[in-house]
Design a protein around this ligand. Sequence first.
Ligand SMILES: [Zn+2]
Length: 294
Amino acid sequence: MWLLRTFWCGVLAGLAVSLAAAVSVPAASGETLSANQLFGAVREPTADRRPEVIGSYARGCLRGAVELPVSGPGWEVMRLSRNRNWSHPSLVRFIERLAADTEREDGVGILVGDLGQPRGGPARFGHASHQIGLDADIWLMPPPARPLSLDDRERLVPVSMVQDDRYAVDPSRFGRRQAALIRRAALSPEVARIFVNPGIKAALCATAEGDRRWLGKVRPWWGHDAHMHVRLRCPAGQLSCEDQDPPPAGDGCGAELERWLGRPPYKPKDTTQPARPVALAALPAECRVVLREP
Ligand SMILES: [Zn+2]
């Protein structure tokens, strides 16, 4: 322990690779590192490749994560420096299918934002959820008509679909492509919820034709004006995975949406701001094992 503590005081930069054995060691300040810092510093998934979702979307971790390739048929992953293209295999399969279907039906594919960290867990910046490999952010703007360089993937700014200071889409940016993409994702049986800006939900409510049951999965939420956040249900057989209650019945276009539209308009928040720290003790105990194991 003494050796570890000495190491800790001296070489915080070595945190990433040496983390596994150092979980409960106090930092130099005497404070315990948050789960955000601990999980955010791990660069590799567990050696154990059997996927296991542990806990809930906003309090959990992931064993046996797989990496979504940075490019594939119909998709490109953005912000590779974040190393957040890790997930449960079911989410990789979902994105592969969504990308292929979108490219076939729309002529262009999708840009993929954050999935999760190599062992899940809370992020150091940006998200409260995305902790168990079942959440993915999909940008709503179409990809540029050229393969993206590494630099493009860091610097391209996601375009908001919503007008400034209003819960209403900008029709020059939000159109049939975006509505079809959200509907396509919502119709997938493994999808539990999709979070979008209230203005986007209002546009979908106003234009959806035919069977509207898929709309019930599309949930208004703060922000989410440039991307949709897709959340999968707990995969079959994942006994340590905690599902949310299903969304209320109906299309969600009535009183619930009206309440959202009556709130003050959303002010965009910088997604690189530090996330609220989560104590390791607030996660399921098994997540400590996931942090430490090879
Ligand atoms: Zn998200």
